[in-house]
Design a protein around this ligand. Structure first.
Ligand SMILES: [Zn+2]
Ligand SMILES: [Zn+2]
Ligand SMILES: [Zn+2]
Length: 105
């Protein structure tokens, strides 16, 4: 995995810590594979039902199903989009694009 270390987190593989049957899943996936993978843990659809994040060690209160995916990306995978010009990080790519347009045009 060393060859990935120079890449930003958004391009590195991450370990899934969703607890299934008492054990963390531990699958290693690339960020773009995570949303698909998390549907196998029941995080799918845009339910208004509340559910708990089952990530190992997570104490977050119940949240809407549709928020869990973003929660996992931001809190557990710490996926942020970094500005290559100044290093500021953003949780959404659109925010980064907006920042770059206004600051580094
Ligand atoms: Zn998993
Ligand atoms: Zn969590
Ligand atoms: Zn910047």
């Amino acid at each position: 995995m060393l060859r990935y270390l120079s890449l930003p987190r958004t391009q590195q593989p991450h370990t899934c810590g969703w607890v299934v049957g008492g054990e963390p899943c531990n699958d290693v996936l690339f960020p773009e594979q995570f949303s698909g993978h998390l549907t196998t843990h029941g995080i799918r659809g845009n339910g208004t039902t509340n559910m708990l994040c089952c990530w190992v060690g997570c104490n977050a209160p119940k949240m809407k199903k549709e928020s869990v995916l973003r929660h996992v990306f931001e809190v557990h995978l710490e996926l942020r989009f970094e500005c290559p010009d100044c290093g500021l990080s953003f949780t959404r790519k659109t925010s980064l694009n907006h920042h770059r347009k206004s600051k580094h045009f």
